[in-house]
Design a protein around this ligand. Sequence first.
Ligand code: PLP
Length: 356
Amino acid sequence: MRPARALIDLQALRDNYQFARELAGARALAVIKADAYGHGAVQCAQTLADSADGFAVACIEEALALREAGLQAPILLLEGFFEASELPLIIEHRLWCVVHSLWQVDVIEQAVLQGPLTVWLKMDSGMHRVGVSPAEYAQAYQRLLATGKVAKVVLMSHFSSADELDNPRSLEQVAQFTQATEGLQAETSLRNSPAVLGWPQVKSDWVRPGIMLYGATPFEHAQANADALKAVMILESRVISVRELPAGEPIGYGQHFVTERPMRVGVVAMGYADGYPRHAPTGTPVVVAGKRSQLLGRVSMDMLCIDLTDVPEATVGSLVELWGRQVLASEVATWANTIPYQLFCNLKRVPLVYSE
Ligand SMILES: *Cc1c(COP(=O)(O)O)cnc(C)c1O
């Protein structure tokens, strides 16, 4: 059997969720969109089902898969509905629904519904992606209530730059949100992971942690709260071949790396078809037989090469950690010029192996 696999530590997931809620002093929707950032949405939801205040996914397809698996907890659709035909299912399956645009308010006004909706009304407080503008927000809120079809409205917004701890943008967004919601008596929700970890002064009734649940930092630099998270995923494989090469020999496609001295090179069963980033360059850290070493040359589809020159105990069969506890996903992401979110979401082919 091919040795590539992703170990998923469900106790670490529980611990990170509790940490998020305690840090925030608020109720927390566990964000498990995109198959729980590659960690398996059903298993992650079942793991948190007893403790979580609710869950958040991108769309109704993701929510229905969780309902089919038996999850009873509240589930928020972060982009709401894409077309009116989803509304009966949203009611039937008791899903909560973001409203991020006025066309969605129009659709709700015109819909005939079999029960009340719970809406999270999103404001564009400065990210300028989705959200009702501050100037139109109170009116959208009143329109929703006036339909008689909405049981509850939660006021929400989303930060563009909460991962930049010296950027004033987050507090400008809070000020915009506070001003535009003045006088509206409703629960609020503002913070994603970087805001939970790094902006404790921002208060709201609900938080929406995603990446931090999986134990990866959203920050580029060290940050005490983020560094206390527990990695949930260990992406590992094994050495399947070893060779000794003299100086001056190229390794892998395109001859991108040439040995500068006699080297011992290991081939690992892991490649970009597994989601390991093809853009990770020579020097990207890996752990082999418990020691840190480095990637050599270009990543291929099913294999990559690593340096065993200073790890003489490593042989065919030695365990390799691509990311996890000894090499953080965020480190690999930085080397590959991406973010841990994308590394996790890109995982494929490797089996997920769960443990408590
Ligand atoms: C994905 C998402 C989150 C979670 O973001 P993280 O940075 O992973 O914590 C929170 N809120 C909204 C609206 C999202 O789309």
